[in-house]
Structure formats: structure tokens, C-alpha cells
Design a protein around this ligand. Sequence first.
Ligand code: PEP
Length: 259
Amino acid sequence: MRTPCFIANWKMNKTIAEAREYLQAVEKRWPQLPGAPWETIVAPPFTMLAPMADFLKERPLQIGLAGQNVHFEERGAYTGEVSPLMLRDAGCRHVIIGHSERRTYFGETNALIHKKIGGALRAGLIPILCVGETREEREEEKTGEVIERQIREALDDLRPGPSDWIIAYEPVWAIGTGLTPQPSEAEEVHRRIRDFFRSLSKEEEADTPRILYGGSATEKNIAAFMEEADIDGVLAGGASLFAESFCNMIDLGVKAKEK
Ligand code: PEP
């Protein structure tokens, strides 16, 4: 059974003090941790990573940290960039790569995303690769084709094992809009992604990376997504900014998976 995984993408929100308050709220909610049968990852802005890692070091709370972006080189003259090594140093185990906001606002291409994944893997970081179709691509019924191309080009010559990365299927038109696909439609895409990864392996039932759904996931809809066989968790943006709502989502998601 794949461990359910819940990722909070804070985007460009919060201060260090607010990040600490958030962790304190989660700690109040789950004083019994560690030992949870799920994985929780928070991706805050870079400035909060080290203080959050320090806070978590002294506590049993099992929350992993992820960067929201990364450069592909280890170091060098790249003003304003943060390297995979620096993310490791600041306490990250994971890094989000290829988020649609990076693709749209910062022109990230599949080729660049491939380089970033390589850099992350070399530094021992686990990439959380985001893929998803635009509204136009969905209307033209190109979803499967687009997703497969994004993954194939992000991979290129790389063949990481099932636990070496996480995939987040995030339809671009669903991010921050309140719109979502039907859970069964998302499941269809997840199934296709899983089949694609299985096709890279010689074993028919080979383990594959976990595949999370992202795009306007909330307390209201998470259970329906998590009931689908190939949806292993959720990457949440807006709804993850509030500790209570993110914790509720995890509770509901885990329960739905246990059904
Ligand atoms: C995201 O930022 O990846 C995301 C899914 O955002 P939201 O949940 O706000 O749609």
C-alpha cells in the first residue's frame, strides 16, 4: 500500500512568525505524532525553511519540508537562485519542480524542468514533479497526450525508482479557481500516469511514484478524490494556508483511503 501523502504549497505567503504559529497549531492537533500512517510535507517560501527546520528538529512532529523551486546547478553566478544543495542544507528532503505557476509566469520549459530534476536528484532531493493541462488542451481532449509529454520530457534519460520522486497531477485550469475535474476524471489521468511509469519497467505491477491530485482541493472535496484507487494524496495551495483546514483535509483524506 502506498503511503498517503499531503503537501501544503504556501506559494508566496506567510512570515517566519506565521509559519511558527502554523506548526504550533498542527502540533496541538496531533500531539500523538510521530507514527502517523501518512506523510505530510510543507513547501513554504525559502526564507522560512531553516527556521521551520529548527522548530521541527526539537519536536516529534513528522512534517517534511520542500522547496517550491530550485536551480539545477550546485553553486555559481546565478543571482537570486537557490541550489539543490542549499535546499538540503536548509532542511528539505523534497522540492516542487514544474509547478504551473513557474511554467506560466517564469517560462519554465520541460527541458529546464528536466535539468532541475537532475540537479535535485544529484543532491539527494526528492522531486515533486507537477504536470497538468490547460483549459484549452482539455477542451481539445489533449489531456493525456500533454501529461505524457510533460513527464517524458522531464524524465528524458532519467529513470528514478518509485520512491525517488512524487508526481502531482494539477490541471492548470483548476489551480486557485475553485474548479475541479470529477474525481473519476482525475483518476483516469492518474491511471494513465501510473501505466506510463509501469511501461518503463519490465514488471507489469511494478511500484510507481506516488501520484497526488492538486487543484482547488479542499475539505469539501478531498474525500471523493482520495476514494479513487490511483490518487495517493493531495497537493493543496489555498486550503493549506490554514493549519486547521489542512489538518482536516489530511484526516478526511486518510479516512477515505482506509475505506
Ligand atoms: C497549487 O498551488 O499547486 C494548488 C493546487 O493550488 P490550489 O489548491 O489553491 O488550487
